[in-house]
Design a protein around this ligand. Sequence first.
Ligand code: COA
Length: 172
Amino acid sequence: MSLIVRPETPADYAAVALIHQRAFGREGEARLVTAIRESDNYFPALSLVAVLDEALAGHIIFSRCHIQSAEHSFPALALAPLAVLPEYQNRAVGTALIWEGLNACRRGRHEIVIVLGHPDYYSRFGFTPASTFGILPPFSVDDAAFMGQGLIPDALQGVSGTVQYPSYFDNV
Ligand SMILES: CC(C)(COP(=O)(O)OP(=O)(O)OC[C@H]1O[C@@H](n2cnc3c(N)ncnc32)[C@H](O)[C@@H]1OP(=O)(O)O)[C@@H](O)C(=O)NCCC(=O)NCCS
């Protein structure tokens, strides 16, 4: 089995949309990926595909968001969405996308990543509840599911506030 994780190219866009549609069983996440690409918050090096035995099996994207306090706006990345085609799930494709994605974020000198998802899954990759850092979601959600991590030592030192997602996140 060969598994390669690499940045997406425009030739992947249709297959990436299909991955999200099939993994989530709806259109919202695929639309979100398109909206991110069309925004100023898109980093091509942070939109990665997993190629398993030459088939596109999964996709992850990190895009710019902010953590807003009363006085400061701290830059961060939102990890969303992540999807693996149902027939390729439970083969460590998601794991590879997250680890490679976090490495790409570090290479790009990004310091903070926020994710809303399953605590049992994301805690494997160093995410912990964001509320422990004083970072809060802009909506009502289970505390354990709203997570963050700093990518360099002390990245979260002095950072607190409410995460602000671009408005296209509202349409998922
Ligand atoms: C979540 C998802 C990306 C995981 O990808 P994957 O390639 O199947 O995951 P991996 O093979 O790397 O990891 C599998 C492990 O994750 C666990 N896992 C998978 N989905 C999980 C979930 N929703 N909650 C908790 N654990 C989960 C599996 O039980 C398995 O555990 P094990 O290692 O103890 O056996 C994939 O299942 C998916 O696309 N789901 C639908 C879309 C989705 O929910 N995306 C995430 C939104 S936050």
